[in-house]
Write a protein that binds this ligand. Structure first.
Ligand code: ASP
Length: 331
């Protein structure tokens, strides 16, 4: 029987209706009851470590979760983390970077409807997460709607439907069919010798800016004054920005010259960006920005926070961005 630790952090899965809307509970009886049923197949320990709607999960909580996983990893075959869905993709991405060379399954799951409701998707999502541990799907994954998604490739794409997450620019790791669990061939970086390492330093001074036609270039002066150390720019299409009338590239160069790491990704959800294709991209490339290729915005933001926790050298951050740590980038 596989030994699993369930770390609970809150989210809809553990919520009940309060006077001000859905509120998470540390140990709802329906969740404990569901775990009791799963104990026919798994040895499960339950530990609530946070009790938050995931909109409240930030850098401090990522560190707390990563440390809890790291401390317990050697005692279990895998760890399931219940978590709100709204920021689950950010947490999954960040854990993918903080838990380097992760050689056991760490599976995040949650639900769109609280486990207290008879229509809830919670039990089947928990079943998928536990099946991933049973199958030794190592690394960080999200289990949701009968699918297994690599943590650093997941994006929440739907607010209400059960099919809330997609695996972007990378195949799903597996799915559940009538015939059982079907796993895709492993495409992630191979594990290194030496076991899992905890690298939980990060920098919270990262800003995400989505360009719109006519963005006022002065916004970059404000970011510099606010002492941001990193900026992720969601540019247009394959990687463009405007330079007529409102020249954004000149301001981006000022940021880079002042030691700010500027990472560019696309506003398009699918396929890689490449700033070298168009003049409007090459102007940006000339400023010294770092390309993020086919990474999700969630992965680019968390990787930049994590990279700035390791170093402030722009050359080193560029090297980190070109390195595939957990399957987050494929070009
Ligand atoms: N607001 C909730 C959360 O992210 C949504 C959910 O769990 O589905 O905590």
């Amino acid at each position: 029987m596989k030994k699993v630790l369930l770390l609970a952090t809150g989210g809809t899965i553990a919520s009940t209706q309060g006077p001000d809307g859905l509120e998470p509970q540390p140990a709802p009886s329906e969740l404990l009851h569901a775990l009791e049923e799963f104990r026919r197949w798994y040895q499960i320990d339950y530990r609530p470590i946070l009790n938050l709607d995931s909109s409240n999960i930030q850098a401090e909580e990522w560190q707390l979760i990563a440390r809890a996983v790291y401390q317990e990893l050697s005692h279990y075959d895998g760890i399931v983390i219940t978590h709100g869905t709204d920021t689950m993709a950010y947490t999954a991405s960040m854990l993918s970077f903080m838990l380097q060379n992760l050689d056991k399954p760490v599976v995040l799951t949650g639900s769109q409807i609280p486990i207290t409701s008879r229509l809830s998707d919670a039990r089947s999502n928990l079943a998928t997460a536990l099946a991933a541990v049973e199958q030794d799907v190592y690394g960080v994954s999200i289990a949701f709607n009968h699918k297994l998604i690599r943590g650093c490739r997941a994006v929440k794409v739907r607010t209400m439907s059960f099919d809330a997450f997609e695996s972007v620019n990378s195949p799903e790791r597996g799915d559940i069919l009538a015939s059982g669990i079907r796993l895709a061939p492993e495409g992630a970086p191979l594990l290194q010798q030496g076991g899992t390492k905890l690298c939980d330093a990060l920098c919270n001074d990262v800003f995400l800016l989505k360009l719109i036609p006519g963005t006022n270039p002065k916004i970059f002066d404000t970011l510099l004054n606010m002492q941001y150390k990193g900026v992720v720019l969601e540019a247009f299409g394959a990687g463009g920005l405007h330079f007529i009338r409102r020249d954004l590239s000149e301001k981006i160069k000022q940021l880079v010259d002042n030691g700010v790491a500027v990472v560019v990704c696309s506003q398009c959800l699918y396929e890689p960006s490449d700033c070298s294709i168009y003049e409007v991209g090459r102007r940006m490339l000339a400023t010294g920005i770092i390309q993020s290729c086919d990474m999700t915005t969630e992965a680019a933001v968390t990787k930049l926070m994590w990279a700035l926790g390791q170093t402030r050298e722009l050359a080193e951050i560029r090297r980190i961005f070109a390195t595939n740590y957990a399957g987050e980038i494929s070009c």
